[in-house]
Design a protein around this ligand. Structure first.
Ligand code: NAD
Length: 418
């Protein structure tokens, strides 16, 4: 792997920012402010385990920018979480919210833990104590967490309940991605994958690619991957390859993702699905196809494999799946890359709808939510793509420029206090 590929996600996020700032001629004063996080909280806290012992865990909450609205971003539970990873994810949240023009800033949180090793009680203890530790930052008008890798609706319910216990009343708008019975929004669970399918449809229309029978590969079959695959299948695409952490499967005649979802409920993996060929995750990414959706991890498409990855459309369901070096190779090969901050923004958009509904205590029906999501995703795609075509630049650079312009304008208008 080359030197650039060794960079941390935070270094990559800053490099992407610098590229956009340079292209748009952003003034130095704003560059200094916008390329680093505003606030960072690191906490090491005790949790009582089931056997009576006490263990210490470390967690982070980073607010990259809160100029356009409260910090917004998920909380990740993973053994590999680092402060640098959380900083990058917080920064990408700032640009993501600005690209789809919702009134939020960017934040992210994480705890260094492998949650698969915890009982439900230990997971609840850890969540409630972490919520207490980050509570000085959290609030419906300050910073609003959401689920991310290995966190879910139940964890959002515990987090919300803990903050509500501190304030003495229900604080439903302090998290999103909650269960429906606690102020969650219809359509939130499918929103990210639905948004991916909307941007793929817009990109296909722009490129004159017929979605009917378009060969499609999806890496990752969790929340984002499974919904993206089923929705693209329903639009007529032929899903020829799918993978999860255990490996990949392919079939040139097509895989029915609805049947695969039912299969997953029984065996919890895609690799033992009948009637398909087994392949590795790296072979999966290089399968010939017209549409590729990476929906698993960061840094999957690098200088090492980018030259062999030749879809017509690459829509980033995951955050940060493509390195800057790979971006250059894909652009020179005419791969139409729809970047993460646009392609997977459907999730935060419906999180915004959830927050609005909670604040108003007035809930919308699912058709209204999906319709409003489509309006936001279609308009954002057009705004980014027009800019990309006008300047003959990649969509990632165009999206970053649009986002940075919006945050920079808000910063100039607010001025520097005092
Ligand atoms: P998830 O935990 O539901 O699913 C992750 C999937 O990736 C699983 O199928 C897992 O088996 C697979 N996977 C893990 N390691 C892998 C590997 N080495 N190779 C191939 N597959 C692997 O997570 P998710 O919510 O679907 O999130 C996936 C990505 O999308 C993350 O980058 C996340 O930050 C991003 N994202 C999620 C949302 C959301 O609303 N859930 C919104 C925006 C972005």
């Amino acid at each position: 792997m080359s030197a650039i590929e060794q960079k941390s996600p935070y270094q990559i996020a800053q490099e992407q920012f610098d590229l956009a700032a340079e292209f748009m001629g952003l003034e130095d004063d704003l560059r200094h402010v916008l390329r680093v996080p505003k606030r960072e909280l690191t906490t090491t806290f005790p949790v009582r385990m089931d056997d009576g012992s006490v263990k210490a865990f470390t967690g982070y909450r980073v607010q990259h920018n809160v100029t356009r609205g409260p910090g917004k971003g998920g909380i990740r539970y993973h053994q590999d979480v680092t402060l640098d990873e959380v900083r990058a994810l917080a920064m990408w949240m700032t640009w993501k919210c600005a690209v789809v023009n919702i009134p939020f800033g960017g934040a992210k949180g994480g705890v260094v833990v492998d949650p698969t090793g915890l009982s439900m009680r230990e997971l609840e203890n850890l969540t409630r104590r972490f919520a207490t530790e980050i509570s000085p930052l959290i609030g419906h008008d300050g910073d609003i967490p959401a689920p991310d890798v290995n966190t879910n609706q139940q964890i959002m319910a515990w987090l919300m309940d803990t903050i509500s216990m501190h304030t003495g009343h229900l604080e439903s708008a302090i998290t999103t991605g909650k269960p429906l019975g606690l102020g969650g929004s219809l359509g939130r669970a499918d929103a990210t994958g639905r948004g991916v399918s909307f941007v793929v449809a817009s990109a296909a229309k722009f490129l004159n690619l017929d979605l009917n029978g378009a060969t499609t590969v999806v890496q990752g079959f969790g929340n984002v991957g499974s919904v993206s695959a089923t929705m693209l299948h329903d639009l007529g695409c032929k899903i020829v390859g799918i993978s999860d952490v255990n490996g990949g499967i392919c079939n040139k005649d097509g895989i029915d993702p609805h049947a695969l979802v039912r299969h997953m409920k029984k065996t919890r993996t895609v690799i033992d699905y009948p009637g398909v060929e087994r392949i590795s995750n790296s072979e999966l990414l290089e399968l010939p196809c017209e549409i590729l959706v990476p929906a698993a991890l960061e840094k999957q498409i690098t200088a090492d494999n980018a030259a062999r990855i030749r879809p017509k459309i690459l829509a980033e369901g995951a955050n940060g799946p493509t390195t800057p070096e790979a971006d250059e190779i894909l652009f020179s090969n005419n791969v139409f890359v729809v970047p993460d901050i646009l392609a997977n923004a459907g999730g935060v958009t419906v999180s915004y709808f959830e927050w609005v509904q909670d604040l108003q205590s007035f809930f919308w029906n699912e058709d209204e939510i999906n319709h409003r999501l489509k309006l936001v995703m279609d308009a954002s795609f057009q705004a980014v793509n027009q800019r990309a075509q006008a300047h003959k630049i990649p969509l990632r650079l165009a999206a970053n420029i649009l986002a940075i312009e919006r945050v920079a304008e808000a910063t100039r208008l607010r001025g520097i206090y005092p």
